[in-house]
Design a protein around this ligand. Structure first.
Ligand SMILES: Nc1nc2c(ncn2[C@@H]2O[C@H](COP(=O)(O)OP(=O)(O)OP(=O)(O)O)[C@@H](O)[C@H]2O)c(=O)[nH]1
Ligand SMILES: [Mg+2]
Length: 333
């Protein structure tokens, strides 16, 4: 996925089809004088239906198509024949898409499973034909129901990525480099802050053809929860991740402090984020020699008594297999 085509917020307009009219018809046939009412029912108007598709990762396909209109039901006709239902229209969306009414901001529903279907706007019911209205006192009703009109709605769609592992770290911590090292994703990497402007996802191939999904989001800085930097806009993408992988570079001035700041930002954004399993990776450790690493371990063992930590280097491929093993265990425990 390249930077440009990741879209996680779109507005669309959807309208369902009108129900067809019920028919007013009296049966006529040679030699039968009073055939009675035989007007059929109108067909149902088409629905606009939303469907979860696990192969989609962005809402980019709605950028250029944002009007969805289902077909109208056909009118009923003689011989009690019902009109055909209007054609339903399907919208495929990635798992983790939240639907909101654009006017009221009310959450309508969210799609989280493959193949899950929800009706976004319901088609109008078809009207009943006149043969339904025949009574003992009115043998030839000249009345049938009109179809119910379709509805229109303005909808906002927001994507919350459903990755298994979410990367959390300051800008320049090496998040994208790690994603590039363990998945076939090709995120932009550079030695400046906020290189990543939009989330990237990658599939981590694990032993025996198994895999899990990792999300790289823009760096989080102090104050992110209040809207500083880009992080706050993307923090919602780690709300769904099962596990959070904190990345803190080995050359950080104060590794524990950096970790606390990150935790604090998550807490302020949504305290539930702290309920997730966490793992801390000290990145870029190719810059350390073993002596220095041993010294750091003494301190880190104290500071990270309650959360597992490990040393990695994406560049030197150090600790990468152990990292994958550890994540896999956490995800499957
Ligand atoms: N020596 C060394 N440098 C690394 C390693 N991983 C990343 N870097 C360097 O660190 C810098 C930042 O890397 P990125 O992967 O872009 O960092 P990021 O966390 O994605 O940064 P933002 O997208 O800005 O949040 C780049 O110059 C990388 O080459 C590593 O394992 N060792
Ligand atoms: Mg990046």
């Amino acid at each position: 996925m390249t930077e440009g085509n990741f879209v996680d917020y779109v507005k669309i307009h959807a309208s369902s089809g009108n129900g067809g009219k019920g028919s007013v018809h009296l049966h006529r046939e040679k030699y039968i004088t009073k055939g009675g009412p035989d007007g059929g029912d109108g067909g149902r108007g088409g629905h606009v239906i939303v469907r979860g598709n696990k192969n989609l990762w962005t809402l980019v396909h709605f950028k250029f198509k944002h009007h969805f209109k289902a077909g109208h039901g056909e009118h009923g006709s003689k011989n009690r024949s019902s009109g055909a239902d209007g054609e339903d229209v399907y919208m495929d969306v990635p798992l983790g898409t939240v639907f909101k009414n654009s006017e009221t901001d009310e959450v309508l529903f969210e799609i989280t499973e493959e193949g899950e279907e929800r009706i976004l706007v319901e088609g109008g019911m078809g009207g009943r034909g006149n043969w339904h209205f025949k009574t003992s006192t009115n043998q030839t009703p000249r009345y049938a129901q009109p179809g119910v009109k379709g509805q229109e709605v303005d909808v906002t769609m927001e994507l919350k990525l459903l990755a298994d592992v979410g990367l959390v770290g300051f800008p320049n911590a090496g998040k994208s480099t790690l994603l590039a090292a363990i998945t076939s994703a090709k995120p932009k990497i550079a030695n400046y802050e906020f290189t990543t402007l939009k989330p990237n996802l990658g599939i981590v191939e694990y032993r025996d053809f198994q895999s899990f999904v990792m999300a790289d989001i823009p760096g989080i800085i102090e104050g992110a929860a209040e809207g500083k930097g880009l992080g706050h806009y993307f923090l919602r993408h780690i709300e769904r991740n099962a596990t959070l992988l904190f990345l803190i570079p080995a050359d950080s001035n104060d590794i524990s402090k950096e970790y606390e700041i990150l935790l604090d930002e998550l807490r302020r954004y949504n305290p539930e984020l702290l309920d997730k399993e966490r793992l801390v990776a000290i990145s870029k450790c190719d810059m350390l020699d073993t002596e220095l690493m041993d010294e750091m371990k003494i301190e880190l063992d104290k500071d990270f008594a309650n959360v597992p930590y490990m040393f990695i280097s994406s560049v030197a491929q150090f600790g990468i297999q152990e990292l994958k093993d550890k994540l896999w265990k956490m995800l499957n425990s």
